[in-house]
Design a protein around this ligand. Structure first.
Ligand SMILES: Nc1nc2c(c(=O)[nH]1)N[C@H]1C(S)=C(S)[C@@H](COP(=O)(O)OP(=O)(O)OC[C@H]3O[C@@H](n4cnc5c(N)ncnc54)[C@H](O)[C@@H]3O)O[C@H]1N2
Ligand code: MOO
Length: 398
């Protein structure tokens, strides 16, 4: 059976996401909008800055008045004041951010101005029109689109929106996502470990990550390896937007989740050309989309970051869903071409990507050590120093 290329899997997921948007919106105060997705384009309803103002502490003047003779100071303008028009043949004391008086066309910084004993000011450096003036609307004109619908809001966007005076925003409602862990070996942290048991790490990883993505997490806990209890657990999840499960997607015999999806929804098993993360399940349960990630913790990380994350963001109408990546020279040689595209946990050291020594899909510590994922393409080898795509984990985790 041929493996599904990563691009193809992503394209399919994004198409499904676009077909099932989470379209409902809500109004939120600016202070609560971090991490949310803007539902409507943000159009400026004022010029920014609203009036020309000084970029320096100094003197506002009219270039034509500067004949070499010192100028008297006719007014003092602080930020927050509304100045009178500049009297011809004078200058105005002005401070950074204060409105430029009508009639002035430049500002000289105080370091280049000499205040004489009689209070007049001599300007000896050459001046030019517009110098040290921040013109009205230099950042934004009223009517301009400042942010597109589908923008994810972070500190920068919130600052920008605040500068336009908006206190309320229309954003997409939070997606409700259930995290289910499958596997009889799993036990929650804090409980004593019995024979054959391991602690559930995927749940903590995914719940925290989903919250960072603006989702409301409906914790589904550990799904028992039992058909009726799996049915009951899924029936209780009618009002979520996505069921995200981990584990039980390869060829194991105790895959009750798959069985319930086949009975009451749809199940497609994908074999992806990705390492870690080959087996992935897609489908729905009574119309609620389901993504089943492989259970190995590094596989969960890679498939959530590269496939489920962009899928969720696209359902929220986000356009730019793929992480920013940079090309970096390999700090290692890759001598054995593989059938799957590998995402190796790596650090940047001296501008080169170096690998965590153990790249097993069961080793989550590799990702805690790493700065990012290095992409090794299928069917090829790399010499040390060759360029590889590097996806910073900071890009994926937010
Ligand atoms: N005969 C084959 N066996 C396997 C194949 C295959 O193609 N043929 N694929 C391997 C690959 S690749 C992967 S990845 C895993 C995927 O397995 P599942 O998604 O079905 O996951 P499990 O078998 O349930 O678990 C795999 C591994 O991960 C541990 N795990 C599961 N859930 C958690 C959790 N919530 N927290 C921490 N660790 C978890 C689990 O104990 C297993 O060790 O299949 C290979 N096998
Ligand atoms: O794809 Mo599996 O995730 O290699 O271990």
């Amino acid at each position: 059976m041929s493996l599904l290329p990563v691009e193809e899997a992503l394209a399919r997921l994004l198409a499904q996401a676009a077909a099932t948007p989470i379209g409902e919106c809500e109004s939120v105060p600016l202070a609560d909008a971090d991490g949310r997705v803007l539902a409507e384009a943000l159009i400026a309803d004022l010029d920014l800055p609203p009036w020309p103002n000084s970029a320096m502490d100094g003197y506002a003047l009219r270039l034509a008045d500067c004949t070499g003779e010192p100028l008297p100071v006719s007014q003092r303008i602080l930020a927050g004041q509304a100045p009178a028009p500049l009297q011809p043949g004078t200058c105005a004391r002005i401070f950074t951010g204060a409105p430029l008086p009508a009639g002035a066309d430049c500002v000289e910084m105080q370091e280049n101005a000499e205040v004489l004993a009689d209070g007049r000011v001599r300007f000896s450096e050459p001046l030019r029109a517009g110098q040290n003036v921040r013109p009205q609307g230099q950042e934004t004109r009223a009517g301009e689109q400042v942010l597109a619908a589908g923008t994810r809001l972070g500190p920068v966007e919130l600052g920008l929106i605040a500068s336009l005076g908006r206190a309320e925003l229309t954003v997409r409602r939070r997606p409700r996502v259930t995290v289910l862990s499958t596997g009889d070996e799993l036990i929650e942290p804090g409980l004593p470990l019995g024979p054959g048991q391991i602690y559930n790490s995927n749940r903590s990883l995914l719940c925290a990550w989903l919250r960072r993505l603006g989702c409301t997490v409906v914790d589904g806990g550990i799904l028992a390896d039992d058909l009726q209890r799996t049915r009951d657990a899924l029936t209780a999840l009618a009002d979520v937007d996505l069921i995200l499960s981990t584990g039980g997607v390869s060829v194991g015999e105790a895959d009750f989740l798959g069985q319930v999806l086949q009975e009451d929804g749809e199940l497609t098993l994908w074999k992806l050309a990705i390492k870690p993360g080959k087996p992935l399940t897609c489908g729905h349960y009574r119309g609620v989309p389901v993504i089943g990630l492989p259970g190995n913790p590094a596989s969960t990380l890679v498939t959530f970051g590269l496939l489920a994350r962009p899928y969720l963001l696209r359902r929220l109408g986000v356009v730019e869903v793929e992480p920013l990546a940079i090309d970096v020279p390999a700090g290692f040689a890759w001598t054995k071409a593989g059938k799957r595209r590998e995402y190796l946990r790596a650090r940047l050291e001296g501008g080169r990507a170096v690998l965590y020594p153990n790249q097993s899909s069961g080793v989550l510590r590799s990702a805690a050590w790493a700065d990012g994922l290095v992409e090794v393409l299928e069917d090829r080898t790399y010499a040390e120093g060759e360029l590889l795509r590097f996806i910073p984990l900071s890009e994926l985790l937010g």
